[in-house]
Ligand binder design. Structure first.
Ligand SMILES: [Fe+2]
Ligand SMILES: [Fe+2]
Length: 179
């Protein structure tokens, strides 16, 4: 990606700056989800899945990391790292089905989150930024579909866990938009 043609992040209107702060926080969490999985899981299929996804999440994170000013980033990054790591580690303790179901739950939320920014991005009119967010969203949809395709029947406990993951992601984004 040619980030040189991006407008400076300091020109972002307040609303979009909050959205981008939540994107940076979310991609931080995503990287740490896979670190959590890779710390716990010895399953070769899960490790391969996590390594591939981690590489993509690192490119997403790198974009926001390099572009946003330090003052535009969330003050709660240690919390987003810890939350991501715990989410990944707990799901990996549950095994393959828990990992796939958890990733599907997270990515289902992330796709909606990115899509909710499209109208504001069109108004802002930075084609490079718009293209980047669309590409990230398409990557997340691939992650969602890949994980969803592997998920088997869900126990009641796993359904409850996925609900917690979805609601937790939503609340985290609400907070990260502000701080
Ligand atoms: Fe991502
Ligand atoms: Fe993803």
């Amino acid at each position: 990606m040619n980030s040189a043609s991006l407008q400076s992040a300091s020109t972002l209107p307040t609303h979009l700056a909050g959205e981008m702060r939540s994107n940076h926080a979310g991609e931080t969490g995503a990287v740490w989800i896979y670190k959590g999985i890779l710390t716990v899981s010895r399953d070769p299929a899960i490790r391969l899945f996590a390594e591939h996804h981690l590489a993509t999440e690192q490119t997403h994170l790198g974009f926001f990391e390099d572009w946003l000013t330090s003052r535009q980033k969330s003050l709660l990054l240690p919390l987003w790292r810890l939350s991501g790591f715990m989410l990944g580690a707990v799901s990996a303790v549950g095994g393959q089905n828990w990992v796939y179901a958890s990733i599907e739950a997270v990515e289902t939320f992330v796709v909606k989150h990115y899509e909710s920014q499209y109208a504001a991005l069109d108004d802002y009119g930075d084609a490079t930024l718009t293209a980047a967010i669309h590409r990230f969203c398409s990557d997340e949809a691939d992650h969602r579909d890949e994980a969803g395709g592997e998920t088997q029947a869900r126990s009641g406990l796993l359904k409850a866990w996925c609900w917690v993951v979805g609601v937790g992601s939503e609340q985290a984004v609400k907070i990260a938009r502000r701080i």
